[in-house]
Design a binder for this molecule. Structure first.
Ligand SMILES: [Zn+2]
Length: 146
């Protein structure tokens, strides 16, 4: 039920102050909030935009995976290292780091390190472009809210 506030308080929804006389809503045992407070709707919309962004960016990353030093080395003829599926995540991280180190040394020997770095830099640029493209709606909306 909506009624006029009898004393000042703070809206638990939007964290803005509630002034005496403002129309509020209060349920028994709950703090009063602005009757017209639409923070929930804003939060909901922001969450949906974030979910959409994560989904779109995830899709982009599946289609454009980050080039890795080891993947690039193997593509150019370096020996393949198969990582055992039974490894714990910590062992896997360690093995991947070792693999990357070996791949870096291999690429350096073949004079391909600079080629990989260019390829990676191109991917970084594409990723940044995709990010800003998928972000557009979100940052514009945030700007309006502030
Ligand atoms: Zn409020």
């Amino acid at each position: 039920m909506a009624f006029a506030a009898k004393y000042r308080s703070r809206c638990p929804n939007c964290h803005q102050s509630i002034e005496v006389g403002q129309t509020i809503e209060a349920k028994r045992g709950q703090k009063a909030r602005h009757a017209d407070c639409n923070q929930n709707a804003k939060d909901e919309a922001a969450t949906q935009r974030t979910v959409a962004y994560v989904r779109t960016m995830g899709q982009w990353l599946r289609e454009n995976p980050e080039p890795t030093m080891s993947g690039f080395a193997v593509e150019h003829g370096a020996p393949t290292v198969m990582l055992d599926g039974c490894l714990t995540s910590e062992e896997r991280r360690y093995a991947e780091a070792e693999h990357t180190k070996q791949a870096r040394a291999w690429l350096a020997r073949k004079g391909l390190l600079a080629v990989f770095e260019v390829e990676h830099a191109v991917w970084e640029q594409k990723r940044a472009r995709a990010e800003s493209m998928f972000h557009v709606g979100r940052s514009a909306d945030n700007g309006d809210e502030r």
